[in-house]
Design a protein around this ligand. Structure first.
Ligand code: SF4
Ligand code: SF4
Length: 370
């Protein structure tokens, strides 16, 4: 049976393009559509998976949007004290500052997360304060038998994943499944997920700008004769250099582990879902926010030529259906080959197929616009 995917457009009317959109009210409506209103009135809090985003940029998920979800989860009458929700994120392997618990927390506070003011409590779910990592077995033929999840997951009665949709070098785009299969995994687990990917520099395309060297957290890139070179022994496959190269001069070939990465992400997503409330599907809500798309695509400056701006919000109880619908929408809006928007040639086929095969959901969906 086709899974319902709810879509609310946030496309600006003519002449309104420069005004910032506020997805908060529509996120609250989505919580209701998913049947989650009042769900956080339980002994244990719900976790809201957010992304703090890089230094110098607005938060990838605005704290006010998370608060709108928390208030809807708490139900009518609890608008001033949605105490049943905690925002969280996990340590990064790509972004300076977000790779350490103390600086991650500082950046979150600086962007309005945290229980001061109207923010919600915020925690780094795999930080040292959360205790030992959570080892889980992986299903399917993903090439690894076990990995570690963020330990704070076990304390949540349910999770809402708020994914800021953006290009992803190894999966085409980042939506619910990447946000779950990578974003709920701890830092050591993220390194395992990426271990089969080794990007290469296409030397004739390299302009020698040094941006890739500046962002690599693993000191794997050096400049030789004005061109970037990657030390495969130090490289972790994180893909951040691919994100920043304005020449699209760094790529990871299919044979170098992309399908395997996508399979691992699907298996990790399933393990994470099964860890929280024994995988009860009424304890999850998935939200893909197609807002500020150009800002994120624009990280690879000059590559993404299609302008999509603010498109809208999609939500579902089925992460596979949600990502399938999101991808179809991106393809339709980009009006051409995907790399016109994302700068990457990867598509999420293995991720969606494997997630469906593992029982995470169905690619068959019914789009419900409101
Ligand atoms: S970011 Fe791209 S163009 Fe700049 S040095 Fe690295 S590979 Fe070369
Ligand atoms: S060289 Fe490897 S470790 Fe460094 S940013 Fe690129 S993919 Fe990540």
């Amino acid at each position: 049976m086709a899974a319902d995917v709810y879509f609310h457009s946030l496309e600006p009317a003519a002449g309104q393009e420069l005004l910032p959109v506020d997805p908060g009210p529509c996120l609250a409506l989505m919580v209701d559509r998913l049947g989650l209103t009042g769900a956080s009135r339980r002994a244990s809090p719900w976790g809201l998976k957010v992304q703090v985003g890089e230094q110098g940029l607005p938060p990838a998920i605005d704290p006010a949007w998370a608060r709108a979800v928390a208030e809807a989860l708490a139900g009518p009458g609890a608008a001033n004290s949605p105490s049943g929700a905690v925002c969280f994120d996990t340590l990064s392997i790509t972004t300076t500052g977000l790779d350490q618990a103390d600086t991650h927390l500082e950046m979150a506070m600086a962007k309005g997360f945290g229980s001061n003011g109207r923010g919600l409590p915020f925690l780094v779910a795999d930080g040292p304060d959360q205790g030992d990592s959570l080892a889980v077995d992986l299903s399917g033929d993903s090439g690894i038998a076990q990995l570690t999840l963020a330990s704070a997951l076990k304390g949540f009665a349910g999770i809402c994943l708020l994914a800021p949709v953006r290009p992803h070098p190894h999966a085409g785009f980042q939506g619910a499944l990447v946000n779950m299969g990578v974003g709920l995994v701890d830092r050591a687990g993220k390194l395992l997920l990426h271990q089969d990917i080794r990007p290469k520099v296409n030397t004739p395309l390299c302009a020698g700008c040094g941006s890739c060297q500046a962002v690599c957290l693993f000191d794997a890139i050096s400049m030789t004769a004005g061109r970037a070179m990657i030390d495969a022994k130090k490289c972790t496959g994180c893909g951040e250099c691919m994100n920043v190269c304005f020449m699209a001069g760094i790529s990871a070939e299919e044979a170098a582990g992309i399908p395997l990465f996508q399979k691992k992400v699907a298996a990790a997503a399933l393990a994470a879902r099964d860890t929280v409330s024994s995988g009860r599907s009424d304890r999850f809500g998935y939200f893909n926010l197609l807002v500020r798309l150009d800002r994120h695509a624009g990280r690879a400056k000059g590559r993404g030529r299609t302008r999509m701006g603010d498109v809208g919000v999609l939500a579902s109880r089925d992460p596979v259906a949600l990502d399938r619908a999101t991808w179809d929408l991106i393809v339709a809006r980009s009006g051409g080959p995907l790399d016109v928007w994302s700068g990457f040639s990867q598509e999420p086929g293995s991720l969606l197929d494997h997630a469906e095969k593992l029982g995470l959901g169905s690619q068959d969906y019914r789009l419900v616009e409101f």
